[in-house]
Design a protein around this ligand. Sequence first.
Ligand SMILES: [Zn+2]
Length: 268
Amino acid sequence: MTRPHDCAYAEAVLLGESPVPVGVLTDFEAGVSSCDACTDLAAALAEIDVLAADLPDLEVPAELSKRTLEAVLAEMAPSAAPVRRSTHQKWPFAMIVGGLAAAMALVVAWPGGPSPAPPDRLVARGSGDILPTVALKVAVDEGTGLERHRRDAAYPSGTKVQFRVALDRPADVALVRVDGSGAEVVTTATLTAGDSNLQMGAQPLAWQVEPGESDARFVLLAAPSGTLPEDPASGLSVDPATLSEPAGSVCARVGHLACDERLLRVQP
Ligand SMILES: [Zn+2]
């Protein structure tokens, strides 16, 4: 039985947001190659994969850790918000800071562009400022080079995760990691319009998944300059039972800030 070509479904598969169809890959590929739009998308993505494969491996300095993060944030003060962390939880990732500007610049073209916030969310609470439109882009390196992050894939410990933000106007942003046991601010930044790497100080930022790490949602909050809450992680939570499902969306419950999120699934 041949599944008819569906551009929206094909796009989701190509972007790694839907699993590849089981047993009918030939039909799927034939459908893509018979459709100009999907062929263009597949070609653009393949080009990115080739570019990413050529990039140098990330170096993971052994001494980089939570302590380093605190030192960097201290150096960035007073503009940086304090890092909030739960008292019982060890910092779940090793921090990787490397010379990755070139790598990050190539990662993850987003064919659809950032999706606008719904109209009822376009005005920041308590101010007349228009909320920015924001998209969080994620790339992963399992040791074989940078690739697009796949929502349906579970990544092993050691995987490096990199973040890039697209904005339609300047904004203050916060990257927050949310799992079943709480929400932690990873970093905050003031960014210009366009695509920006998330930085730690002068260096692009990446995370390394550690053994035993749980699935988590990485949530990017954005607000007009000066209007980001002092503790952006406050009030953010997710039910462990629905963390991996659409119903577990953190952004769906954020009404007063621009928001985008990516689920990072980790292999048990
Ligand atoms: Zn198509």
